[in-house]
Design a protein around this ligand. Structure first.
Ligand SMILES: [Zn+2]
Length: 335
């Protein structure tokens, strides 16, 4: 009896907290960046947030560097092919609320040979994803990384949470010595002036991409499928989420790990229901094909995966499941 009372009290508390958080979610899809609402206060007490996590991939020193968690709103808005009840069930089965969806931003630093590489850069100053984003530069400093020591920035794609951290608000580059690797199709798509006329979210994303990519044009190197951008780091074209989305395979000795970017966006939903497009997949069908191809490859050969948006630090493996696939997080103390 007592247990039941505690349980029901907990669930009431939880529901109350969620209802209070929902206004954070609503503006995300409804508006472009220009029309952003006033910053909403976080209802929960400040939570401690991990800043970085160091591990090894063979001889390569790897560090997951957080840009902070982002609030993307209600799950029902992000998986438009799913019935509301179906998406709620998938979230509930993963012990997650249907709303709001809070996901991580796991940028990755790799020291390989004489190169220091950062894969993806976080949201920069953009503040539409809640109050806890844009922490990358502070976390780099706290972990002892000098931004000027980065030789390479590799971008999986040019969405705000991956490339808006390239430039400081005053127009200076955060990583002044780095070559920026991005697929040519991705660069061309998001810097196309014509996209500014599209209005809404697309125009806002294009405007931010232009502000972050165009000033660095002379430092940009277009990466091709299969190309090695630094020793042991190989590009793998995975279009669909965006036109030039690129994963990176990191290999050293017997060990390898795939930086999957946003191919399988959510650690529970996108694995169990890989056929469901994510709302920001620019080509839903191609996105689903890339997702199934990559998850199938990971499940077949047991390669480690690192997911930009998976629970920190986002390192794990992929298993086939009765329905789709399953993400199996790796314990922190297992290398
Ligand atoms: Zn993303």
């Amino acid at each position: 009896m007592q247990d039941q009372a505690i349980l029901s009290r907990r669930s009431i508390l939880r529901r109350g907290a969620l209802t209070a958080s929902l206004p954070l979610a609503a503006p995300f899809l409804a508006t472009g960046f220009a029309a952003r609402p006033a910053r909403a206060a976080i209802d929960t007490p400040a939570l401690s947030q991990p800043g970085w996590y160091r591990f090894a991939i063979g001889d390569i020193e790897a560090t997951v560097m957080s840009d902070g968690p982002i609030n993307i709103g209600a799950s029902q808005e992000h998986f438009p092919q799913a019935d509301p009840e179906a998406i709620e069930q998938v979230m509930e089965d993963a012990f997650l609320p249907a709303a709001p969806v809070i996901i991580e931003q796991n940028a990755l630093i790799l020291r390989t040979g004489d190169r220091q590489v950062l894969i993806d850069t976080g949201t920069g100053e953009l503040d539409i994803f809640g109050d806890e984003t844009g922490r990358l530069m502070d976390n780099l400093a706290a972990a002892g990384f000098d931004p000027a020591a980065f030789t390479d920035i590799a971008l999986t794609h040019a969405h705000p949470d991956h490339c808006f951290g390239l430039m400081a608000p005053d127009g200076t580059p955060h990583f002044p010595e780095a070559t920026v690797h991005i697929a040519e199709a991705e660069f061309d798509f998001w810097t196309d002036e014509a996209l500014l006329g599209a209005g809404g979210m697309m125009a806002a994303m294009a405007e931010g991409a232009r502000q972050n990519l165009l000033p660095l044009r002379e430092r940009i190197s277009f990466v091709e499928d299969g190309q090695e951008v630094a020793p042991g780091i190989q590009a793998l074209a995975t279009p669909g989420h965006t036109v030039g989305h690129t994963c990176f395979v990191i290999t050293s000795g017997e060990e390898s790990c795939l930086n999957i970017g946003d191919v399988a966006h959510h650690h529970a939903v996108s694995f169990r229901k890989p056929e469901w497009a994510f709302s920001f997949d620019i080509d839903p069908e191609e996105g689903a094909r890339s997702r199934m191809r990559i998850l199938d490859m990971l499940a077949s050969d047991g390669m480690q995966v690192i997911g930009y948006h998976y629970p920190f630090p986002g390192i794990g493996h992929v298993r086939r499941a009765d329905e789709g696939f399953r993400y199996v997080p790796k314990p922190l103390r297992h290398g």
